[in-house]
Design a protein around this ligand. Structure first.
Ligand SMILES: Cc1cc2nc3c(=O)[nH]c(=O)nc-3n(C[C@H](O)[C@H](O)[C@H](O)COP(=O)(O)OP(=O)(O)OC[C@H]3O[C@@H](n4cnc5c(N)ncnc54)[C@H](O)[C@@H]3O)c2cc1C
Length: 546
């Protein structure tokens, strides 16, 4: 076991620590947090499991991986110089471009010198005597720090399906979030895709034209809507750049930090013709408008929701030639927008190709993976490549994989066994000096906007602690109970909370994740920020400070 590396000048509050803060994860959250803590003059270390920066955009290299947020609304807003320097080439940029962007950010702000790659954090234990965290890496190294900041991603722990024989397959197999860095050749290959969530949809529509045969194994069809991506020409780029301040201001005002925000009208406050025309308009528009900019009640009122579900079902029937296949692609167990909406580009038309087959595994379940392919209830399919687009152990999954122990050795996993409990989605009682970025119970939405807010809030709290010689910052049990109750109350009445999905903590491939929880804050982002601002403005008097 390696010895702790003493860096006395990093000490804060009289204790020899290795650094003032440790950030786990070098995605967009961890990168920006590093920038902000450096500005406070702190000595910071970042530990990242991957070999490069970018998080989501480092790992998800599958064919067709791209934004569903408008590119320009997704990038960082904190640096005017960076905004001037970077041009997005498409309204919804692909993964390679976003990874290039995040590498530019790392270069520009010289981030890599404080990031240790290939360094998975396996445990972190709070030490009361020194008011510090002892962080352990997979290789056994230890580091001591005053503050511990988790930036481990809401969607960063991939899960494979629990199917017998998965290790026996003799061909190539990939999880979409662990895609190889080298190109995969699909020519003449017999390819299976398991999973039809947002990632499955992007993969399927992208590879369908280049594979020999494609077989899609679908358990739950998802409602999808057109992305309407397009290149950004010079003139549009100029306009986007000029409009940045106004655009970011708008993102601050909308419900979930997207450019789109709910229409104030209810679905039945207009005539049938007006409603149909509105849906046609939204279906023809770019991005999440049909989900985030729809009538205010489609996600809360069953009848309102049925009107948009019926509309999109009709579109699917129009776009898919074989009506039996179309019916299989129409969701029956949830309404439009009550699960994360995949945006697509000619996804439905893929099923009109002769080389593509859709297998509904609720009718013919997968029995096992064999060395040659996949065996369902009624036949065996031979494959050269199997792609698992089976998603993530979302929101709490990355926390569960670190042995996080707070004061008195309490495990976070045990504390959260009934569901996450947090203060503002940032802190947990019994876990002093630990702050979470994009953890449970915080506002997500168009995530970089939420990242920038959360990082600034956490940085403000740490600045306050350092300026006031505070070495212990903790949420109170009462504060946690009250925020958790608030988050649960906000979830009441939302149709999405009546549906099994990663947003309600369900993952049939993970033991113990079969009971719905409220994992997300579902109020408005402005209301979230107002509450956090209030805590800061009152000198953090709702926290236990010492
Ligand atoms: C395919 C895909 C498309 C998406 N598209 C959008 C979109 O269009 N709009 C949007 O708003 N959001 C989107 N998201 C969500 C996306 O995750 C966020 O936008 C954002 O990138 C999250 O950044 P992050 O830094 O918080 O987490 P991540 O980017 O997930 O980074 C977390 C990092 O922490 C590291 N890590 C985790 N655990 C450990 C550990 N124990 N030790 C060391 N390192 C660890 C991981 O390796 C990872 O690099 C998408 C997600 C996916 C998967």
């Amino acid at each position: 076991m390696a010895a702790s590396r003493e860096i006395p000048h990093g000490a804060n509050g009289g204790t020899a620590l290795d650094c003032d803060a440790i950030i786990i994860g070098a995605g967009m959250s961890g990168m920006y947090q590093l920038i902000r803590l450096r500005e406070l003059g702190m000595h910071v270390r970042v530990f990242e499991a991957g070999t490069g920066v970018g998080g989501t955009w480092y790992w998800n290299r599958y064919p067709g991986a791209r934004f569903d947020s408008e590119s320009y609304s997704y990038g960082y807003s904190f640096s005017k110089e960076l905004l001037e320097e970077w041009d997005w080439s498409e309204h919804f940029a692909g993964q390679p471009e976003t990874l290039r962007y995040l590498n530019l950010v790392a270069d520009k702000f010289d981030l890599r010198r404080d990031i240790q790659f290939r360094s998975r954090v396996t445990a972190a234990t709070y030490q009361e005597e020194t008011r510090s965290w002892n962080v352990t890496l997979e290789n056994g190294d230890h580091f001591r720090t005053r503050f511990l900041i988790t930036a481990i991603g809401p969607l960063s722990t991939p899960t494979l399906p629990r199917i017998e024989g998965i290790d026996t397959f003799a061909g190539k197999s990939f999880h979409t979030a662990r895609w190889p860095h080298e190109p995969v050749d699909f020519a003449d290959q017999r390819v299976a895709v398991i999973g039809t969530g947002a990632t499955g949809v992007q993969t399927i529509q992208t590879i369908a034209g280049s594979v020999g045969r494609l077989t899609v194994f679908q358990r739950t069809p998802n409602w999808c809507a057109p992305l309407h991506n397009g290149k950004i020409d010079r003139e549009t780029q100029r306009k986007i750049r000029a409009a940045y301040p106004e655009m970011f201001r708008r993102c601050q005002e909308t419900f979930a930090c997207f450019l789109h925000t709910p229409d104030p009208r209810g679905a039945f406050e207009v005539t049938d013709q007006e409603r149909e025309a509105f849906y046609e308009k939204l279906y023809a528009e770019r991005g999440f408008g049909i989900w985030q900019g729809n009538f205010r009640d489609i996600l809360t009122d069953r009848k309102a929701n049925a009107t948009i579900s019926d509309f999109v079902a009709r579109k699917i029937r129009q776009r898919v030639t074989d009506q039996k296949v179309a019916e299989k692609l129409i969701p029956r167990n949830h309404g439009f927008g009550t699960r994360r909406l995949p945006l697509e580009t000619f996804y439905y038309e893929v099923y009109n190709q002769n080389n593509v087959e859709l297998v509904d595994i609720t009718e013919t379940p997968i029995e096992r993976i064999t060395p040659d392919g996949i065996k369902t209830g009624d036949r065996e399919y031979p494959f050269d490549i199997i792609i698992y687009a089976t998603g993530f152990d979302a929101i709490t999954g990355s926390f569960d994989r670190i042995d996080l122990r707070g004061a008195g050795g309490v495990r976070l996993k045990d504390k959260w066994q009934p569901g996450p409990q947090t203060f503002l989605g940032v802190m947990v009682d019994g876990f002093p000096n630990m702050m979470m970025l994009m953890g449970p119970h915080t506002a997500l939405g168009n995530i970089p906007r939420s990242i920038e807010y959360n990082v600034d809030w956490v940085s403000g709290l740490i600045r306050h602690a350092r300026e006031n010689n505070l070495t212990r910052v903790e949420a109170t049990a009462a504060g946690v109970a009250s925020w958790t109750d608030h988050v649960k109350a906000l979830g009441g009445g939302l149709l999405s909370n009546e549906v099994d999905s990663w947003m309600t903590g369900i993952n049939s491939n993970v033991e113990g994740k079969q009971v719905r929880i409220i994992a997300r804050y579902s109020g408005s982002a402005p209301a979230y920020r107002a509450r956090c601002d209030e805590v800061a403005l009152r000198g953090y008097d709702e926290l236990a400070l010492a």
